[in-house]
Design a protein around this ligand. Structure first.
Ligand SMILES: Cc1cc2nc3c(=O)[nH]c(=O)nc-3n(C[C@H](O)[C@H](O)[C@H](O)COP(=O)(O)OP(=O)(O)OC[C@H]3O[C@@H](n4cnc5c(N)ncnc54)[C@H](O)[C@@H]3O)c2cc1C
Length: 316
């Protein structure tokens, strides 16, 4: 049986019970702020749709604030400075999308702010995109820099206020929007469950290779499964990606619909990793196939117009 609490604040004291034959625990993770003072209060994480809406709303605010009569150029530049903390795939894609937006759409919609917006990426590590091959990571870093993204490696963040971020290396840096994309932390539910968990790094539920969880004494619990970001298979560390979650979900669907006594274990198939690093021409890139090799090419004028129309519809 599960004891549940409604997620609505006004119903937070209510409880209800749900009986199950089989349960799959898959609550994901939350963003890790590493306890750095001011981050939780001032930075925007990029995890949920609500976070994405917050980014959009803050972006509109800083553009409007920078457009107010009498705004000095220094104030405009500070307001339109977006800092992204975290040089993993999420942080880099956010930086790339913002760069495209500033280089292209914003210049059209806010011509008086053209050239005043900037994006910085800070990471404590000596390289960005750690899951990728070193050469690709270096290529991505130089691609971002050529798009005028200020990439700060080995950057140690000390604290954050409403409009500055302080690092050991550069002191206080002004910003208008701070995006926090530094990785995952376990959610409270995972911390409280009395099940076996990983011992190092991100706390995740441990499962066997059929995705069943373990009781604290190591016995397998046959009707309880765990997957997604909140779980990992004993003896192997799979990344917290949708790719892993989807493959495990497909596996469990087959397992639960099968009448076989002994099912084969789950096996992960690694697919290509892709990260968008922005387009120097402010245009989408399409891929054309020449023989078997995809070749990137700028989109045609018609494709570009279609893309701009879509952006106009969603309000960006
Ligand atoms: C910005 C961003 C970009 C990404 N891009 C990629 C990508 O390109 N490719 C890729 O493979 N992966 C990507 N990922 C990772 C991918 O999103 C996650 O690995 C995937 O969503 C994990 O799925 P999940 O079901 O474990 O968790 P989630 O998708 O986080 O879903 C968990 C759900 O459980 C709910 N929940 C939490 N606690 C409780 C509770 N106590 N009771 C009930 N419900 C609860 C949460 O509200 C949430 O809806 C990205 C992640 C982010 C943040």
């Amino acid at each position: 049986m599960l004891i549940c609490q409604p997620a609505f604040t006004q119903l937070k004291d209510e409880r209800f019970e749900v009986y199950y034959d089989k349960v799959i625990i898959t609550p994901g993770c939350r963003s890790n702020t590493f306890g750095i003072p001011g981050v939780a209060e001032n930075a925007i994480t990029v995890k949920t749709v609500a976070d994405a809406n917050m980014v959009r709303s803050r972006l509109n605010d800083i553009l409007e604030m920078a457009s107010l009569p009498g705004s000095s150029e220094a104030r405009q530049r500070q307001l339109l400075h977006v800092i992204v903390v975290g040089g993993g795939p999420t942080g880099i894609e956010v930086a790339a999308e913002l760069t495209d937006l500033f280089d292209h759409d914003i210049g059209v919609l806010f011509p008086h702010l053209k050239g005043k917006a900037s994006v910085s990426v800070h990471d404590v590590a000596p390289q960005i995109l750690a899951p990728f091959d070193r050469k690709l990571s270096e290529y991505a870093c130089s691609a971002l820099k050529s798009n005028k993204v200020n990439v700060k490696l080995n950057s140690h963040i000390l604290k954050v206020t409403a409009d500055t971020m302080e690092t050991t290396e550069d002191g206080a840096i002004g910003y208008g929007m701070l995006i926090w994309a530094t990785g995952n932390k376990s959610i409270a539910l995972i911390d409280t469950l009395k099940l076996r968990k990983t011992q190092r790094g991100l706390v995740r539920l441990l499962t066997d290779d059929h995705l069943n969880v373990f009781a604290p004494d190591g016995t397998v619990i046959p009707n309880v499964f765990a997957m997604g970001d909140a779980a990992d298979i004993e003896g192997g560390t799979l990344p917290t990606t949708a790719e892993v979650a989807i493959q495990k979900a497909d596996y469990l669907i087959t397992l639960l619909n099968s009448s076989r006594e002994k099912a084969p274990p789950f096996q992960y198939k690694q697919r290509s990793l892709v990260t968008y690093t922005a387009n120097p021409h402010g245009r989408r890139v399409r891929f054309r196939f020449h023989g078997k090799k995809p070749k990137p090419e700028p989109a045609s004028d018609e494709e570009q117009r279609e893309y701009e129309d879509k952006r106009a519809v969603i309000g960006m």
